[in-house]
Design a protein around this ligand. Structure first.
Ligand code: UT7
Length: 327
């Protein structure tokens, strides 16, 4: 049994190719001004045709393992959050396992959209705690550019590709993941979905080019739900951990829209200098958003030993949740 579960390494990776708001002005009726003011996004990374999510997941994982000083053989489990798998079968985690050479690991994908990384951390923490596994790699990866309707200005400006990873291990020293809070509401699934491509409506010749093959979102309804759910999750996890906003050194929220992030911070009375933001560089990378931001915050020295940080997410499903970590 392990009491303290620590993140001992983080890593991230994104495609080299960048699509700016100005580039998008040439593709749909939009403007840099509108996208910047309504979302905070300036650019996003887009995977070239010959790359898949597991390629970026592999790079991010190798960087996390290098920081952790952990070899592929030592990974007991890989938990990978994605809604844009390399293929329907097998899991992207299996493909990543092979690319990493993590031959001793049990692996699985989880589908919790933008909350995938927080769900993964929570599952990893529980399994290490009960002693079932020692070292877990938690990954969030998306290639959303393949699932975006590039002629729909309501959605195509919002999303990007990338991956983030963290290595978790039990420790005798106090600290690590203090607790986690997870929640879902499947009755609101219709507000953010890809209607086709599953067993209900398989992809076939009759629906080539159909808009339901791509991400469909009722933006303003999702926006309101996101602010409410992220504030709720943050408030709940503070209560569970018997902490207050003032104890949180840095909040790392899901990066979907700067206005959602600011509204959540305001409700928590957290000044923006204690909130990590990189949505301008990546757009919304769903499950990859929080681990990319966490890795950048760590490498920029924004998180010091002993700091309490909060991760908070909201995504399709709806799913949402938060966790507090003492670094
Ligand atoms: O990761 C999971 C969570 N996802 C999110 O959190 C996304 C949540 N939603 C949002 O971030 C925002 O709702 C959006 C950024 C998607 C939209 O912002 P909004 O302030 O809610 O705008 P809106 O949907 O109310 O649309 C306002 C107007 C509309 O025009 P009309 O109907 O008022 O004439 C849209 O057609 O803005 C128009 N519009 C655009 N204009 C220029 C929508 N997209 C664009 C665009 N460029 N790209």
């Amino acid at each position: 049994m392990q009491k303290y579960i620590r993140i001992i390494g983080t890593g991230s990776a994104a495609p080299d190719q960048i699509l700016t708001n100005v580039d998008l002005e040439k593709m749909v009726e939009t403007s840099d001004k509108w996208i910047t003011e309504r979302t905070g996004i300036k650019e996003r990374h887009i995977a070239p045709k010959d790359k898949v999510g597991s390629d970026y997941a592999c790079l991010a994982s190798q960087r996390a393992m290098q920081m952790a000083g952990v070899t592929a053989d030592e990974i007991d489990m890989i938990i990978l959050g994605t809604v844009t798998p390399d293929a329907p079968l097998p899991s992207t985690a299996c493909i990543l396992q092979d690319k990493l050479g993590a031959k001793n690991a049990a692996v699985m994908d989880i589908v919790a959209a933008c909350s995938g990384f927080i769900y993964g951390l929570s599952i990893a923490r529980a399994l290490i705690m009960i002693g079932q596994v020692k070292t877990v790699l938690v990954v969030g990866v998306e290639v959303l550019s393949r699932f975006v309707n590039w002629s729909d200005r309501n959605t195509c400006v919002l999303f990007g590709d990338g991956a983030g990873a963290a290595v978790l291990r039990g420790s005798d020293k106090p600290g690590g993941i203090i607790n986690a809070y997870l929640k879902s509401n499947g009755s609101l699934a219709h507000l953010l979905q890809i209607p086709m491509g599953g067993s209900r409506i398989p992809l076939d010749a009759s629906n080539v080019g159909h808009e339901d093959r791509y991400i469909r979102m009722k933006g303003s309804e999702v926006f309101k739900a996101a602010v409410k759910a992220m504030s709720e999750a943050a408030t709940k996890i503070l209560k569970i951990c018997e902490l207050e906003s003032k104890d949180i050194k840095l909040m790392i929220p899901h990066q979907a829209n700067i206005r959602i992030i600011e509204a959540t911070a305001k409700r928590l009375k957290l000044p923006m200098d204690r909130v990590y933001v990189n949505v301008h560089k990546y757009g919304n990378t769903s499950a990859a958003s929080i681990p990319i931001a966490l890795d950048e915050a760590v490498r920029e020295g924004r998180i010091k030993k002993g700091d309490k940080i909060m991760l908070v997410a909201f995504g399709a499903g709806f799913t949402w949740g938060a966790t507090i970590i003492e670094w």
